[in-house]
Design a protein around this ligand. Structure first.
Ligand code: GDP
Length: 139
């Protein structure tokens, strides 16, 4: 059992492909309550900081380029067991390996352009939420 909040982004590929509404519908239908949300665009510096854990990986430059190329929707979601349940809802990083019916299976196009982000721990959910939202933007 994890805590009751997680952080997500609808990534530039899914925004470009017109999937914001369908993805939010899947999220709320799965029982997540949206407690913070904004439509925004990451700067290069934002993306480098957000993904700093991956900076030695060969795909880091590509990831930063992708995540800054257009707007995203960022949100904090609330539900019992939020982190684990949301990871189950979005599916594996690579859409070819994602389970049927998951958000990435439905909307992702590749391992890099995989439609959504979901925090991987309660600690990172708190860090990532605070990176995107001030206290008065969270309800
Ligand atoms: P996640 O927790 O499922 O998002 O996966 P990771 O933490 O391993 O990776 C973070 C993000 O980096 C992924 O969601 C992808 O957008 C991107 N990424 C991961 N692996 C690759 C890769 O092999 N190539 C590219 N281009 N991007 C990748």
């Amino acid at each position: 059992m994890t805590g009751n909040r997680t952080f997500t982004m609808i990534k530039p590929d899914a925004v470009e492909n017109g999937h914001i509404g369908a993805i939010l519908e899947k999220i709320t239908a799965a029982g997540f309550k949206i407690v913070a949300m904004k439509y925004t665009q990451l700067s290069k510096r934002d993306a480098e900081e957000f993904y700093a854990v991956h900076k030695e990986r060969p795909f880091f430059g590509e990831l930063v380029q992708f995540m800054t190329r257009g707007p995203i929707v960022s949100a904090i979601l609330e539900k019992d067991n939020a982190v684990d349940d949301f990871r189950a809802l979005i599916g594996a990083t690579n859409p070819d390996e994602a389970a049927e019916g998951t958000i990435r299976k439905l909307f992702a196009t590749s391992i890099g352009e995989n439609a959504v982000h979901g925090s991987d721990s309660d600690e990172n959910a708190a860090i990532e939420g605070a990176f995107h939202f001030s206290g008065r933007e969270v309800f």
